[in-house]
Ligand binder design. Structure first.
Ligand code: ATP
Length: 775
């Protein structure tokens, strides 16, 4: 019976594969045609454009003709890209047409329909019936949400109810069934076991075949503007987020493109790790950046910006000293809502006093002084908003500049520079004179005019950058306005205990043109509020991974920078690594959002690590008892106490055993970069190993050494914690770093220490790990 079923299913697969084969053939032919069309269009681009620049009307016509031709070309290129993607999906379907089948009888219908679900949809040869349903189609949601029995889904016509008679899963490779299971559970663990038992790779895998019910809720959520996901380590937050992107691109394919979505990833290595998931699903990758790169770009060359990894490294390597306490207090405060409110009050105060402006200077001559601008600004009616007044200042300054230009034009240096202009500039002068139809044989007048024209050209060019800066409100000295916060008294109840000392330290850094990371976003928030910078209208959806590392100020900034955007916010409070995350609120706090706009979902089941590893790691953090390890067994974690300098030998031995076990990715994880560099120097001549730094953009297989804060979001077959000694992990706020490091391991976890182990280990029952000595 089972064999019979399997045979029937294989026959169906063979038929479907045939259909795919003929679709591929048809599509390849069409794609070639389109490609040829593009090549021809490019070759003959200028032949098909009417170029005529004689009269103004002709110029417009030429412009329109070029535009039309360019649009035609880009439309063809888009189609070609689309066809390429469709073909790739067809090839994937040819290899593995589907992974699921449900038999569904709709209420009131006699017939039970069999629906096959895969990574893309496929119609039969006559385009009449679906041979495969896309996993994102409304009807496919039943596969993820229900076990056999009553089931329903939302269709365009409303809710459709019925009964699911069968739920079957397949593993199909090269068009052949490798595994087939009927399941009673939501999604049988057999397939999931098979998926999770595999080796880690340098790229994340798509999870479409085994999406769990609670993950499906995240993926298909359409109603909430802010979707927050708090999920244990390895619970599939990143995976769900990427499938969600694919879902949204499918669901809103008429209005949403991949470049309308932006993903904030924790570090460049992570970007490389996840880069294959969307293409595997037949979608283009969305835009990606790290928060650091995004902020760096916005700050521009104003200030020398510290980067967040350096900030973390510096806090982690500092001795317990007054300086350390001050720095961490400053970081925490500047990440808090209290600080955002302080800035908001500061902005309010600027309505009445405190605005600081730069001198408007041209060739060492001050055209308008900062003080004069300030007087003008505060002479404007107080009812006018700051931004409104800034616009008035801008217009006033542009008028002042126009007057200045007229005078300046007459100076000798202008003519001297004019004489250095090149031929094309002279040609421009000549053409302009002709246009004015004033060119005549009366040469005296013409020479005069030519000189005037040259002077104008020189002056316009030289003044242009200044005008541009004024139009962008660069006349406000935002740096000073911001750093003035640290020269003033504020209500004691609103500032931290050592505020005065924090002020001194911040002033010093700003005076040196340095911007500590904790000040970067508050400074930009203030600057862009003053300059009324318009947010990005193109991005409609932000996906923020590792959101526990974002502060309320950073949230407020992102909301202003992307005013039309929805957000998917994923994180785990137990993995908060940056010093700023120890403020009471992070981006995962629901109360930072409008109540009607936010939804919070929680993922407790953890899939990455074996039951043994997760059962150990969950004892390290508060609330860990709620985490449900996935039932996949392996070795108990090992704590190896090394006392006599045999560390290198132990590591080399472990790596050899990982290789024997067939593992492909293994990491030696340190707390800090400093620690990683040290062990790297010891090992680099003894074994092939790579040190990962914040500048590493490529995640490769093999043995790497990496600090925990750069390993966020990534996983390895096996992980060795380089130094789990009490002397290394001792501060309470390092608990999350230790937990994050341990939960990177999928199959094996080893912790090394010399002497007493970290106190975090004391919280774990002894039967959850084995203790060994490395003699
Ligand atoms: N439904 C699923 N089916 C198969 N594998 C899954 C599923 N959910 C998660 N996984 C696997 O579990 C591992 C962890 O997933 P992921 O990295 O998305 O978790 P995370 O919550 O983002 O973890 P972290 O917080 O530690 O970064 C990955 O290997 C992923 O493929």
């Amino acid at each position: 019976m089972v064999q019979n079923e399997r045979k029937k299913e294989q026959n169906r697969i063979n038929e479907v594969v045939d259909v795919i084969g003929s679709k591929i053939a048809g599509m390849t032919g069409k794609k070639e045609e389109v490609k040829k069309g593009i090549v021809d269009l490019r070759k003959n681009f200028w032949e098909d454009v009417t170029v005529n620049l004689d009269e103004m009307d002709d110029v417009y016509e030429t412009q329109a003709s070029i535009k039309q031709q360019a649009e035609l070309l880009s439309e063809r290129e888009r189609r070609h890209g689309q066809m390429n993607r469709e073909l790739k999906t067809l090839f994937r379907l040819q290899d593995s047409p589907y992974f699921g089948r449900i038999d569904f009888q709709e209420e009131g219908e006699q017939k039970t329909e069999s629906l096959y679900i895969g990574i893309g949809s496929l119609m039969d040869a006559h385009n009449e019936e679906f041979l495969i349903y896309d996993w994102r189609a409304p009807i496919s949601s039943m596969y993820y949400d229900y076990a056999p029995g009553p089931a329903k889904f939302d269709s365009i016509e409303g809710e459709i109810k019925g009964e699911m008679k069968l739920k079957r899963q397949f593993i199909i490779r090269h068009g052949q069934i490798d595994g087939m299971f009927d399941t009673g559970l939501t999604i049988g663990d057999t397939l999931l076991q098979a998926m999770l038992g595999g080796r880690a790779s340098s790229h994340m895998k798509s999870i479409v075949a085994t999406i769990q019910k609670e993950q499906n809720q995240i993926i298909r959520n359409e109603t909430d503007r802010y979707l927050i996901v708090q999920g244990a380590a390895g619970s599939g937050k990143t995976s769900a987020a990427l499938q969600r992107v694919a879902f949204l691109l499918y669901r809103y394919r008429k209005t949403l493109r991949s470049d309308n979505m932006l993903l904030f990833s924790p570090n460049p290595l992570f970007s490389s790790f996840i880069s294959t998931v969307l293409p595997e699903l037949g979608e283009e990758n969305v835009l990606q950046t790290t928060f650091k790169d995004f902020i760096e770009e916005r700050i521009g060359h104003d200030l020398q910006l510290e980067n967040p990894f350096d900030q973390t490294e510096s806090c982690l390597t500092m001795e317990e000293s007054e300086e350390y306490l001050l720095r961490t207090e400053s970081i925490r405060f500047k990440a808090s809502i209290a600080y955002k409110q302080l800035i908001d009050r500061w902005l309010e105060r600027l309505k009445y006093e405190g605005m600081i402006f730069r001198d408007i200077v041209f060739r060492d001559e001050t055209i308008v002084s900062g003080n004069a601008i300030q007087r003008f600004f505060y002479s404007l009616p107080r009812e006018q908003s700051v931004l409104n007044r800034m616009e008035d200042v801008r217009d006033w300054l542009l008028r002042r500049i126009a007057v200045f230009v007229k005078k300046e034009r007459k100076k000798d240096w202008v003519l001297e520079e004019g004489e250095l202009l090149d031929k094309s500039d002279y040609a421009e002068v000549f053409q302009k004179l002709q246009q004015e139809r004033r060119f005549s044989e009366e040469t005296f007048d013409d020479y005069d005019r030519e000189e005037q024209m040259l002077r104008k050209i020189v002056m316009n060019r030289r003044i242009k950058p200044l005008r541009r800066r004024i139009k962008q409100f660069e006349f406000v000295n935002s740096q000073k306005v911001y750093s003035e916060i640290f020269y003033h008294d504020h209500d004691e109840e609103h500032v931290p205990e050592h505020w005065k000392a924090i002020c001194r330290a911040t002033r010093m850094r700003f005076e040196e043109g340095d911007c500590p990371w904790e000040d970067a976003v508050p400074y930009l928030y203030l600057k862009e509020r003053l300059q009324g910078r318009k947010g990005n209208q193109e991005i409609r959806h932000l996906i923020i991974d590792e959101a526990q590392d974002y502060s309320p100020v950073q949230l407020a900034y992102l909301q202003a920078a992307f005013p039309r955007s929805r957000m998917t916010i994923l994180g785990d409070l137990n993995q908060a690594i940056y010093a700023q995350s120890f403020a009471e609120e992070t981006m995962l706090s629901e109360n930072l959002y409008n109540r009607e706009e936010v939804k919070k979902l929680t993922l407790l089941r953890s899939y990455r690590s074996t039951r043994e590893i997760m059962d150990f790691a969950r004892h390290l953090v508060s609330g860990g008892d709620q985490i449900e390890p996935f039932e996949r067994s392996g070795k108990l974690p090992e704590w190896i106490d090394i006392r006599d300098g045999r560390k290198e030998a132990v590591i080399l031995d472990k790596i050899a055993s990982f290789k024997t076990a067939g593992f492909e990715t293994f990491a030696l994880i340190g707390k800090t970069m400093k620690e990683c560099r040290k062990i790297y120097e010891q090992l680099k001549n003894k074994i092939k190993v790579r040190l990962v730094t914040q500048a590493t953009y490529q995640f490769d297989k093999g043995f790497i050494i990496i600090p925990a804060y750069l390993a966020k979001g990534i996983e390895f077959d096996a992980a060795i914690i380089n130094d789990a000694s009490a002397s290394n992990f001792h501060r309470e706020n390092e608990r999350t770093i230790f937990y994050t490091a341990c939960t990177r391991a999928m199959h094996e976890l080893i912790m090394l220490s010399s002497g007493e182990a970290t106190r975090f280990l004391r919280d774990v029952p002894k039967d959850k790990y084995v203790k060994m000595t490395g003699d």
